[in-house]
Ligand binder design. Structure first.
Ligand SMILES: O=P(O)(O)OC[C@H]1O[C@@H](O)[C@H](O)[C@@H]1O
Length: 464
């Protein structure tokens, strides 16, 4: 192929080489480094004048560094007179929104308490909180308890200050999560859940899109965007490839008697993705749905649901019959303290819709980050009689201690694509328990087609 140049960032060199092998070219030479103060330094060692340039960088590893490196590489090519620059991001970072707890009351309380010489000053007040950190920490702790509601299993809450595990929950410098074991946070928890304001965490979609286009990207190629609407942030073409055809191919060729298996979505958000695979392979489908809502307790402390109070705390799921079970907010994950009528709580409903008894289950999801979602799904399926659980994932981020969790989970077989490096995964879980779906061919073919001005829509349906 003439007039094409492919550069790789340093987040996933193995995939860069594989994609280039498929294109039968070599990655172009670039020096990637850091200045002494930690800033990214890049020098391009060949001419890109009037060339069609592809910069491959997955949004993983040191993700902010990787993204900055991508931006600088794009900008360097553009200012060196490349005719077109395409960002190839096998895993598109910042494509998920933050998972911040907030009250049902919504927006910040805006009031006008302060007058100065120049007129009225609008301020935002956070009732019940001395400092924003104090309240936010509490809110985070409450989410941790919900994310890992296993009080009887003696699992300590993760330390957000050091663990990379809960990446959808913002990490606050200096948060003292070890204090979440104590009961002294009840007031904080109450404040966090009832303060009447919404903890506002930036949703970065437009910024990320603008940064890429401002750097000089003319086109983006990615795979299985968490949000299919995400390309709407861009005013350049975004080709979102699907792992689906590769996943289907894996199921058909590697799962014995796959015709009797059940495709499972571990949450409502992934239902479309999973049903698309189930429909294509004519398999049954099951859905795990979890709903969390904050509520103010009204009944007496130990009242039963029928008398208008609360159900006993339980992490057991509901099967096919949606009924509410209550996981109460607690400042300790190892014990459930008594409920008072004025505290805030979450009502959590977990439903498994579909029949998995004596079935092989294939849990399909776009990504695994902390792995709580997928491990919880596997446990539930086994409890409900599944004989074997496969987890089929596009982007295996496996942050923090995710691999340890998977290792001791009910997942029998993990199948994950290589949009993100998986050497650690194989090392940790063993090659028998992990299979890798190679996406380099489909990325290579999409680059070839885009370079030649051909359609890539057949890749969406059939892969390569
Ligand atoms: O539970 P972890 O692995 O952190 O998060 C992964 C889940 O969070 C969702 O956004 C993904 O679609 C997936 O279901």
């Amino acid at each position: 192929m003439s007039n094409i140049v492919v550069f790789g960032g340093d987040s996933h060199p193995d995939l860069v080489h594989k994609i280039c092998d498929n294109l039968d070219i070599k990655p172009s030479e670039v020096h990637l480094g850091k200045f002494s103060n930690g800033e990214t330094s890049i020098s391009i060692n060949e001419s890109v004048r009037e060339k069609d340039v592809y910069v491959i960088q997955s949004g993983c590893g040191q993700v902010n560094d990787a993204f900055m490196q991508l931006l600088i590489l794009i900008s360097a090519c553009k200012s060196a007179s490349a005719s077109r620059v395409t960002a190839v991001m096998p895993y598109f970072c910042y494509s998920r929104q933050p998972d911040i707890p907030y009250t049902a009351k919504g927006a910040p309380v805006i009031h006008r308490p302060q007058q100065d010489g120049n007129g009225t000053k609008l301020t935002t007040r956070r009732p019940g909180a001395d400092s924003s950190f104090k309240s936010l920490n509490s809110a985070i702790r409450s989410t941790i308890n919900l994310e890992n509601p296993q009080p009887d299993r003696g699992i300590a809450p993760p330390d957000l200050t050091s663990s990379k595990s809960l990446s959808r929950i913002p990490m606050i410098p200096g948060s003292k999560l070890q204090n979440s074991h104590t009961n002294g946070d009840a007031e904080d928890l109450f404040n966090a859940q009832n303060a009447g304001y919404k903890l506002w965490v930036v949703q970065a979609g437009t910024l990320i899109a603008n940064l890429l286009t401002e750097a000089g990207a003319d086109h983006v190629i990615t795979m299985d965007l968490h949000d299919r609407q995400y390309p709407g942030f861009f005013d350049i073409p975004v080709d979102n490839l699907y792992c689906k055809p590769l996943a289907q191919n894996y199921i058909q060729h590697n799962i014995p008697n796959y015709q009797d298996a059940v495709i499972v979505s571990p949450d409502a958000g992934g239902a479309k993705r999973a049903t698309a695979i189930a429909d294509a392979l004519e398999l049954s489908f099951a859905l795990i749905h979890k709903e969390r809502r904050s509520q103010l307790l009204k009944g007496p402390p130990d009242a039963t649901l029928t008398s208008g109070g609360t159900l006993p705390v339980s992490d057991r799921p509901l099967v096919s019959q949606p009924t509410n079970s209550v996981i109460r907010l607690s400042s300790s994950s190892s014990s459930i303290s008594s409920i008072t009528s004025t505290e805030s709580r979450f009502v959590q409903t977990t439903m498994l819709v579909g029949d998995v008894r004596n079935k092989v289950c294939i849990v399909v999801d776009d990504l695994v980050d902390t792995s709580y979602t997928i491990c919880r799904a596997a446990r539930l399926l086994k409890e409900q009689g599944a004989t074997k659980v496969y987890a089929l994932i596009t982007h295996g981020l496996f942050s923090g201690d995710a691999l340890e969790r998977i290792s001791s989970s009910e997942i029998d077989q993990l199948i994950v694509s290589n949009t993100v490096p998986q050497q650690e995964t194989v090392k940790h879980l063993g090659s028998d328990r992990v299979d890798i779906i190679d996406v380099s061919r489909v990325f290579g073919e999409s680059i070839r087609r885009i370079h030649n001005g051909e359609s890539i829509s057949m890749l969406f349906e059939h892969g390569y």
